[in-house]
Design a protein around this ligand. Structure first.
Ligand code: PHE
Length: 355
């Protein structure tokens, strides 16, 4: 029987040395295959007597079972090892940060508009929105802009379908039409509440104090001009509102907006059909990267009597000022951006820096 034991032991060690399932199947063939050692022993029993066959057969069977058991165990061990290796290769590092959806954030110009609204809101200004497709009346005529004013020409203004030859529709070239729209509404409501009759209104009335931010359009395109840009209108009309108030309000606004008291303001004489006198508002920082240069930030002026009339008010009683500023330019100054087009290219790498 030592012969059988030796065969079992050599099978066990051959199986143990098999490093892969294929090696193992080859090793198995040497013992249990058609020409395997166990099979040969079985064949060799043919010449034995019945009793000898019984004893020999039983012993060979024991050895065969031992070899099969070793084979099964080794198969299982190799399968386990393969599974382990596979799991290791496919391992997930659960400590890695997850892949997130982008957080998103406000556009830098939207951030500026929010700031403007908050600052003027704190000074008692209402915030009004108006249509971007305007009539010729609100955009020009009601604002005392003569028929032959160059701003009406095809070079500056995008005209759109839907109007008439004499009253065309257009993309508003500024937010100033909101002066008329808001004031007319304000006066109408007040008149109704006090039961005032027709004609220019000359009674008591709460002051008009409003800003109107929004998109505006002109046929213009370079590093500092975009066919679509933003403006924010301001209007303050009452019985006793002067340039002094405009200077105070605008200085306060700029200092708050730029978070710097180190900033001065100057009015530079200018012309707008709807204000008289008119002035450009320039600011100058006394320190920091922009120090020493006069920077134009808004057009302004005392509201023209004809415009006061078009609001439904008596210019003998009511007076006020208006301004129109460029939130895009304010955004460029605040963040030190020198090409306006970057704001409207939609490049997330640029835009995500502001949040
Ligand atoms: N609407 C003028 C512009 O677009 C700016 C302005 C507004 C000037 C209000 C005076 C008063 O240039």
């Amino acid at each position: 029987m030592t012969e059988l034991n030796a065969i079992v032991e050599s099978a066990q060690s051959a199986f143990a040395q098999a490093a892969t399932p294929a090696d193992l199947e080859n090793a198995k063939a040497q013992y249990l295959g058609k020409a395997g050692k166990i099979t040969e022993l079985m064949k060799g029993m043919a010449a034995l007597s019945v009793d000898e066959k019984k004893a020999r057969g039983a012993a060979i069977n024991v050895a065969k079972q031992a070899i099969e058991a070793a084979l099964t165990a080794r198969r299982q061990a190799l399968a386990d090892a393969e599974l382990d290796a596979q799991l290791k290769a496919e391992a997930l590092d659960v400590t890695l940060p997850g892949r997130q959806r982008g957080q998103g954030g406000l556009h830098p110009v939207s951030l500026t508009l929010e700031r403007i609204e908050a600052i003027f809101g704190s000074m008692g200004f209402d915030v009004a929105q108006g249509p971007e497709i305007e009539s010729d009346w609100f955009n020009f005529t009601a604002l005392n802009t003569p028929e032959d004013h160059p701003a009406r020409s095809m070079h500056d203004t995008f005209y759109v379908e839907g109007g008439s030859e004499t009253a065309p529709n257009l993309l508003r070239t500024h937010t100033s039409p909101m002066q008329i729209r808001y004031a007319v509404q304000h006066v109408k409501q007040h008149r109704a509440s006090v039961g005032a009759t027709d004609g220019l209104y000359a009674g008591d009335m709460p002051e008009i104090r409003v800003i109107a931010p929004g998109r505006t359009y002109r046929v213009d395109s370079d590093a500092t001009h975009s066919p679509m840009f933003h403006q924010c209108e301001g209007l303050w009309v009452g019985e006793n509102v002067s340039f002094k108030d405009l200077k105070f309000v605008f200085t306060d606004f700029c200092r708050t907006f730029f978070e710097s008291d180190d900033l001065v303001l100057r009015f530079r004489p200018s012309f707008f059909p709807f204000t008289e006198p008119s002035a450009e508002i320039d600011i100058q920082f006394q320190s920091g990267p922009l120090a020493g240069r006069w920077l134009e930030v808004a057009g302004s002026g005392q509201v023209h009597p004809n415009v006061i009339r078009n609001m439904g008010l008596d210019p003998e009683k009511f007076i006020g000022f208006a301004f129109g500023m460029g939130p895009d330019r304010l955004t460029m100054l605040r963040y030190g951006v020198n090409d306006l087009r970057l704001f409207f290219d939609g490049d997330v790498r640029f835009l995500s820096q502001f949040n």
